[in-house]
Design a protein around this ligand. Structure first.
Ligand code: DX5
Ligand code: ZN
Length: 217
């Protein structure tokens, strides 16, 4: 079993205290910060842009930055997010661009890449790109908002990918809490994004420690 990585999603933070919230996530012992970029077109919500990625780099330079682009045209923004300090850039297979070329371009920028699959998208759509992808993100909610309910039916995609690739990094995002984290890891995920659950805890470190312990099976 691969080591489990835990990534608090900044979307669940108090936006009035972003710098402190980034430091709190780092101090929790989590592995990386997940930053959700929403363009108001690919998803019906707008979150934040490269300036917040740059803020994360400034206040917590050693805390790895995993950037999830929920954008119709992620290919047009790669340079901006790379310059802001993104270390992994994740693009949706449903995006309106040349997916293979965009994955390659992310690597050419010296970054890790990932392909993301929405709940209604068959996992087979991601399979032509597995040789070009460093990780696959299986969405377990419809993207756009934090605090939604985990869609357990998406875990069959995780299991299928794990059977196909024992070494692939497989992430789940959406509705992850103490219980659904265990379900996701049992299905084969090794990277867990959690927004409202972790940022909603007064003691995030305790929640991260618990999640690590409970998924270490
Ligand atoms: C959903 C985002 C998620 C979101 C998860 O569109 O991609 O990363 O922050 O939030 P929770 O963990 O609250 O479901
Ligand atoms: Zn996300």
């Amino acid at each position: 079993m691969k080591n489990i990585q835990i990534l608090p999603s900044l979307l669940g933070a108090d936006f009035g205290r972003l710098a402190d919230e980034i430091k709190r996530a780092e101090a929790s012992g989590a592995d990386a910060l997940h930053l959700d970029i929403m363009d108001g077109h690919f998803v019906p919500n707008i979150s934040f842009g490269p300036d917040v990625v740059a803020l994360a780099k400034r206040v917590a330079p050693e805390f790895y930055r995993n950037v999830h682009l929920m954008m119709t045209r992620p290919d047009l923004y790669l340079d901006k997010f790379a310059a802001a300090g993104a270390q992994t850039i994740q693009i949706h297979v449903e995006a309106d661009c040349d997916i293979a070329a965009t994955l390659e371009r992310i690597r050419a920028l010296g970054l890790r890449n990932a392909i993301v699959v929405n709940p209604e998208t068959p996992v087979e759509k991601s399979e032509p790109y597995l040789d070009k992808a460093d990780e696959v993100l299986v969405m377990t909610v419809h993207p756009g908002y934090g605090g939604q309910k985990f869609i357990a039916g998406c875990l069959s995609k995780v299991s299928r990918l794990r059977l196909m690739r024992s070494e692939l990094d497989i992430m789940v995002d959406g509705g992850v809490n103490g219980e659904t984290a265990v379900m996701a890891v049992s299905a084969g995920a090794n990277m867990l994004v959690a927004g409202s659950y972790l940022f909603g805890k007064a003691n995030m470190k305790e929640a991260v420690d618990d999640m690590r312990r409970n998924t270490n099976v």
